[in-house]
Each structure stands twice: as C-alpha cells, then as structure tokens.
Write a protein of this length. Structure first.
Length: 482
C-alpha cells in the first residue's frame, strides 16, 4: 500500500471511530506532515483522495473539515434518515442530494458530473505516474500560485485559437472551478455587497454568496434566451451591484447558451456600469455541432471579465484542477489563494500539462461530445415516452443536462425522496433558487444514460402521475409544506 493510501485509511478509520466528528477541522497539511512523518505532497494527495470520496471537505481560507454526512459512506444510504422541514438549510439539502448521487446503487440522474468511464483515465494515470517519478522537491515551489507555467502557457494558447487574447500571467491555476469562482467573488466584493446571479442559478453561487455574507439580486434566466438583459439593466440602475456571476455557455441547470450578439450586449452593459463578470464556463467544451461557442470573455475590452473553467466536466474530476483568466485581478487572487488552500496539487498540474501537450486531449473531446450527444438524444426519447402529458422538457444543444418542468403543481423535492426509495436520484428545483419558484422543476443528467435506465425513467413517470393524482406520501419525519 502506498504511503498516501495508508494515510487515507488511517484518517478514514479515525473518522469512523469518531476521533474526528462531522464538521470538525482536521490538522492542516503541514500539521499532518508532522503527525504522520510523510511528505507534504503525500499529505496533499491523501486529502484530495478523501475529499473526492466524500469523507472531508475543503473550505477556502480555512482548511479541511470532516464532511457532515461522512458516516453514510461506510454503509448503504438510509433514505429514511433524509429529512426535509420548512427550516431546512439549503447547504445541507444540497449536500444530501449530491451524496445520494454518489451511492453506486443509485441511478445518478441527479449527479452534477458526467460518467467517469467517458474519461481517458489510463492515459491520465500514466502521465501522473511519469510525473511523480521525475518530480524533484523544488518542483512544488514552481507550482505555487499562479501555477504551473507550462499549463498556463497551454491554456493561453487554447484561448488564442478562439481569438481570445489572454497571457499566461493573467491565468491562475486553482483547485477546480469552484475555487476559481469563489476566489474571484472574494476578490471583487466585501461582506454586505450586492451581487447579481441568474435565476435559476448554479447552487455553488448561492452557497458562495451565503458564505461571504453578500446580498444577491436574482435575474430571470430563460431556457431559450438566457439571462434577461432588460431586467439586468434595471437591476444595475437600482442596486450598487459589484459583480455578476453567470454561465454564458450550457447554463446549469437550464442548458441555455447565449448567442454571440447577446454576449456582446451583456459585456457592454456591464462595462457601462463598471460591474465585473465572473464567467463560469465549465461546460464550453461540451458543445454539439462544428463550432465551439465563444466565451463572453472574447468580447471584453475593459479587462472586466474573469473567465473561470476547469477540467472536471470534460477530462477528469478527481484531479481538481481549474483556472481563472483574471486579468488585472490575477495578483489579488493569487494572494487570496496563498492564504487559503496554498496551491493546487503540483503532480496534478504537471500531469495535465504533459497530457495537454499531446493531440490526445482534442481527440478525447471529440469522442466525448459524440457520446454525450448520443446519450442525451436517447434519454430525451425515453423521457418523452414516459413522462405524463403536460411535462415540459427544455432541450439544449450541448452539455448533459435537461431542465424539466412538471405539471399540476408537482413538488420535485417530494419526487426526489420518492425516487430515492426506488434507487433513482434527480436534482430538484429547490437546489437552484433561494425561493420556491422552481419547486415543480428538476434537472436530469443524461451523461450516465444506458439502455436499462429506460425502466428507471418509466418509474419516474409513474411517480409523477401518482403525485399529480393526490397528496404525496412524504418520507417519515418530513413535514408538509417542505
């Protein structure tokens, strides 16, 4: 057993023995080096494995903590223990939904990630092994913020291929896109500031705003046209908004991609009001068709757009490597990162730099897009066949999400619990808004689609019909109105 695997097993045993309780802070990376007698790189690798397995969580500027529901990972999920009340905390609810999607017995239509079997894991592991054997101790210093130089240069070249001018010095490598987004928001705001978001919105934006004690203005976002620019304009005139956090390509959850003209209009509108755009663009490589959509960053002439992305949705989730093309804000983001997570894993950065230096990445992306499009079309046919009349499926050209509206006032949180009893997960609308506006919507992940899943969709259709027909039988401990 490798040293990092020994440390993973040791910490897992400590958590199971309740030496570390849910919510408690673990020793820092450097403290763990002293306690375990292994290298900093080994500790970083072990913590990343534990985080990917759901045992621990990293919190920017704070460290690593035991995950609130880690005990579920050592046994099958007991869905009866999941409870929803009027006072439920949205973060706890989101955590429960995402954890349920990780259970191997659950069909993960509620997952946020694509099927990892679609990723070139063997090639990436070979690159990681090669890098690990050749790394020197001093290499860790070369991967401190802003990050691995070769990786930043490769990313700058990929921007240039789309006609977007970004220099390697403007790019900061981060622990996934979530750190890029959170650091960008932190760099632009102070507690009490106003931030604009989409409605419905990616739940990560809601969590970040809550954590940083910000105020939000939610702008209506339509599956066909995207964010309502007229409503955004009125909001910019009425409130002192510091930043807009949004997705311009394959928006999560609705799937919309803004047209080129609307992206230009959006960037110009924000520049007029001197409001920064935090562009979450993690799905841009997952387009269908011949032409990759441009990011809003392509139309930025005032260094006003912080473009965030990662490899988690199109190449490998476990590496947790993302970036932000931050322009004039790059230095501040580097300082914030040094005070929080210190840096992104050096071996992961170098392995990705090595892999991206070959033709393999673009070949993989082409195959991935083809498979995702095929699976999405098959899932769509199944949903149209089994969902009841009145259900509305918002289709989109790209990505792997479908945004589904149910008729008859069906509460998709109730549907979520009833589906879990049948070993099926969905992502209910409650996850994507701080209001109850999308209580009859849910997000459906098509990236895991296999032919046997048609039966699961038929089960979903039956459950929806039952909910339409009469009062739902809520899970034990759940109060009506939740």
């Amino acid at each position: 057993m490798a040293k990092y695997e020994q440390l993973v097993a040791q910490i897992r045993q400590q958590i199971e023995s309740e030496i570390w309780l849910p919510g408690e802070k673990l020793p820092s990376l450097r403290e763990q080096v002293g306690l375990s007698g292994v290298s900093l790189m080994t500790v970083m690798h072990a913590y990343q494995v534990l985080e990917s397995q759901g045992w621990i969580q990293s919190r920017p500027q704070s460290g690593y903590y035991v995950a609130p529901r880690a005990e579920f990972l050592s046994q099958p999920v007991s869905h009866q223990k999941l409870q929803l009340a009027e006072s439920v905390d949205i973060n706890a609810f989101i955590f429960d939904v995402l954890q349920a999607s990780r259970d191997p017995h659950i069909i993960p239509f509620g997952s946020a990630f694509p099927d990892p079997e679609l990723f070139p894991q063997r090639q990436l592991m070979r690159a990681l092994t090669t890098v690990s054997h050749s790394m020197k101790a001093v290499d860790a210093l070369h991967n401190l913020p802003p990050g691995n130089e070769a990786l930043r240069k490769t990313l700058a070249q990929r921007y240039a291929l789309q006609g977007v001018q970004v220099t390697p010095d403007e790019i900061v490598i981060t622990n996934g896109a979530m750190e890029a987004l959170n650091l960008s928001l932190q760099a632009l705001t102070e507690p009490g500031d106003w931030v604009a978001i989409e409605n419905p919105s990616f739940y990560g934006a809601l969590q970040a705003i809550e954590r940083l004690k910000l105020k939000s203005v939610a702008i209506a976002t339509d599956p066909q046209n995207g964010i309502d620019l007229d409503e955004l304009s009125r909001a910019l005139q009425r409130w002192p908004i510091k930043a807009l956090w949004m997705m311009s390509n394959q928006q999560n959850p609705v799937g919309c991609t803004l047209s080129k003209a609307r992206k230009q209009q959006l960037v110009a509108l924000l520049a007029q009001h001197n409001v920064a755009l935090i562009e979450d663009d993690v799905y841009s490589e997952l387009y269908f068709g011949a032409e990759k959509p441009l990011p809003a960053k392509a139309f930025d002439r005032d260094d006003n757009v912080l473009h965030c992305s990662s490899f988690s949705k199109n190449l490998v989730a476990g590496f947790r490597v993302g970036w932000v093309a931050a322009g004039k804000h790059a230095q501040r983001i580097q300082r914030l990162q040094l005070m929080s997570t210190l840096s992104t894993s050096a071996p992961m950065q170098q392995a990705l730099a090595t892999y991206l230096g070959t033709r393999s990445y673009d070949l993989h992306l082409r195959r991935l897009r083809q498979v995702l499009e095929q699976r999405k079309n098959l899932a769509l046919l199944s949903l149209k066949r089994h969902l009841p009349d009145g259900a509305r499926i918002n289709e989109s050209r790209g990505g792997y999400f479908l945004w589904i509206e149910l008729p008859g006032g069906v509460n998709t949180t109730q549907l979520y619990y009833r589906a879990l009893e049948q070993n099926i997960s969905i992502a209910p609308g409650k996850m994507f808004s701080s209001s109850e506006q999308y209580a009859n919507y849910f997000r459906f992940n098509t990236a895991w689609w296999q032919e046997p899943h048609d039966a699961a969709v038929a089960t979903l259709g039956r459950l929806i019909v039952e909910l339409i027909a009469g009062p739902a039988a809520l899970p034990p401990g759940t109060r009506a109105g939740g």
